[in-house]
Design a binder for this molecule. Structure first.
Ligand code: SF4
Ligand code: SF4
Length: 260
């Protein structure tokens, strides 16, 4: 997901697909380039990606973060990003790549589902309204672009099971966009508050434990139906966590959650 600044990214916008615009693509194991795209990547993982992958691997979110990712702080952003760590081999292959392809395919990350498209978000000033943008500029080695099957961004997203992923990524982008400003002061993003916010977004098992087994519920009043749901529903807990970050860090009111 890219945050697009129209003033500085005119060349990127030239590759933008308009709603309903067609592109051609077909990926299959008969192509010479098969799995070439799963190497040496800067593959950003969003909170919902981490949830799906750690459930796929049947491990705790803590274990997933410890074993599979690098956490990086990019310039001009005050919240860390999560990058899938590539394998330490000559080709730096994705850790989920095996001889027959992607071993986590049904739960592959949003970016992999969206490829060969790239998704971006344009925040319009001063309203802050967010618009999804899609770009089509696959790397030259990707032979799927020369196949004849036609898609629009909508039919491609549906075909790839990406619609809900996009929805969750967009929700996260709203939170992430707040962190273009520095809320941390001298404590910095790695201070106690930063660590708590990161946990709420990416370390869902730990966040559930925090909500139900710390003083959290003495400090926050949560609507009864929401509280019941987040006990077992991971997606509900993730959305709750996004809201909590907005309240905890930025003081943005939430309808289902308030300080006692
Ligand atoms: S067609 Fe493109 S997406 Fe498919 S395997 Fe080849 S490089 Fe990857
Ligand atoms: S998760 Fe799967 S599709 Fe994505 S880069 Fe890794 S092997 Fe390729």
């Amino acid at each position: 997901m890219k945050y697009v600044d129209v003033k500085v990214q005119k060349d990127l916008l030239e590759n933008r697909l308009q709603e309903g615009e067609l592109f051609t693509f077909r990926c299959h194991d008969g192509l010479e380039c098969f799995t070439k795209c799963c190497r040496n990547l800067n593959l950003f993982l969003y909170p919902y990606d981490v949830l799906q992958l750690k459930n796929r691997l049947n491990i705790y979110s803590d274990q997933f973060l410890g074993s599979y990712v690098d956490i990086v702080l990019r310039e001009s952003n005050f919240f860390p990003d999560v990058l899938l760590r590539m394998s330490e081999n000559a080709e730096k292959t994705c850790p989920f790549l095996n001889d027959s392809g992607c071993k986590v395919y049904p739960d592959r990350p949003d970016t992999c589902r969206t490829f060969p498209l790239e998704q971006g978000i344009l925040f319009q000033e001063p309203s802050g309204k967010a618009t999804d943008l899609y770009f089509f500029k696959p790397p030259d080695f990707c032979l799927g672009q020369y196949e004849s099957q036609e898609w629009t961004t909508e039919t491609w997203s549906e075909n790839q099971g990406a619609v809900f992923y996009h929805e969750m990524t967009a929700k996260w982008s709203e939170v992430k966009a707040l962190f273009h400003a520095d809320p941390w002061g001298r404590e910095g993003p790695n201070g106690p508050k930063g660590k708590m916010a990161f946990m709420a977004a990416y370390n869902l098992d730990k966040f559930r434990d925090f909500v139900f087994h710390s003083t959290f519920l003495k400090r926050y009043k949560v609507k009864a139906d929401v509280l019941k749901k987040i006990k077992t529903d991971d997606v509900a807990l993730m959305k709750f966590g996004f809201g909590w970050i907005k309240l905890f860090i930025w003081g943005i009111k939430q309808t289902y959650l308030k300080k006692r």
